[in-house]
Design a protein around this ligand. Sequence first.
Ligand code: AKB
Length: 308
Amino acid sequence: MRVLITGAGGQIGRELVIALYRRGDQILATDIQPLNYSGIQTATLDVTNSQAMWEVLMDWRPQEVFHLAAYLSARSESNPYESWQVNFTATWHLFEACLEAGVQRVFWPSSIAAFGPHTPRAQTPQYTVMDPIGIYGIAKLAGERLAEYFYLRRGLDVRSIRFPGIVGPAHLPMGGTTDFAVHMFYDALQKGTYTCYLKPHTRLPMLYIEDAIRAILELMAAPPEALSIRGAYNIQGMSFSPAELEAEIQKRIPHFRCVYEPDFRQALAESWPETLDDSIARKDWGWKPQYDLYALCEAMWKALPLYT
Ligand code: AKB
């Protein structure tokens, strides 16, 4: 398979490059920052430069595109207009270019940020009230509608997942609201203390990185006729609050303590689901998470010494 990845230097991108490499794909990994992946072709690409993106697609002629370039939720609040250009306008341009380049399938991630304060927070249904308050979530919701529009009106095979927070050992995420989980592990090991920007009991849905990558690959491998959703699928892995994660970490590092100093990210987090109903993803393409909080912590303790 010949594939193109945008945002290949990010938290999902790095791990997806490895998974696709193992699958034997011919990869062009792009990012706005220069990448240094040995044995993989890379290019610098600013997705807001639609001409450059079009040229990359026309030159590389991928069969599959994984469009991961994004501004995450917290960073988006300090640059709302730029965030819209990256998260929505560039996605539109990419979909158009994919049609011209004859791309067979496109993966584009949505987010739990597409939900809002009037969404039911527990077992959030696939179809429900969606009134996001952050510009990132607004772009994700618009992107979901755009993905379905391109599928229905233009025949582009776009597939998407509403990702929760993603936790993995290899990358310290920046600019998101769910980043606290990875930062708490790193700071627990390096400093024995962590200052958390959310209140202790703010529960959010989370996914271990391996489950996230597997979800992308399984959704992309599903036969098109099996997919009943062309906006984005709910998926659920585990849910935990900062206090619950702190308690888990204390089982390994008893002196570890968190200090709670909530900031503007609290309002975003409170407007997002705690748990999601993912029954349609389970039925359509067999989604099933493998990691709960215990398994996530075990995996993190095993891998973190390589990165911290
Ligand atoms: C963020 O926190 O912005 C992201 C997301 C939930 O999409 N991790």
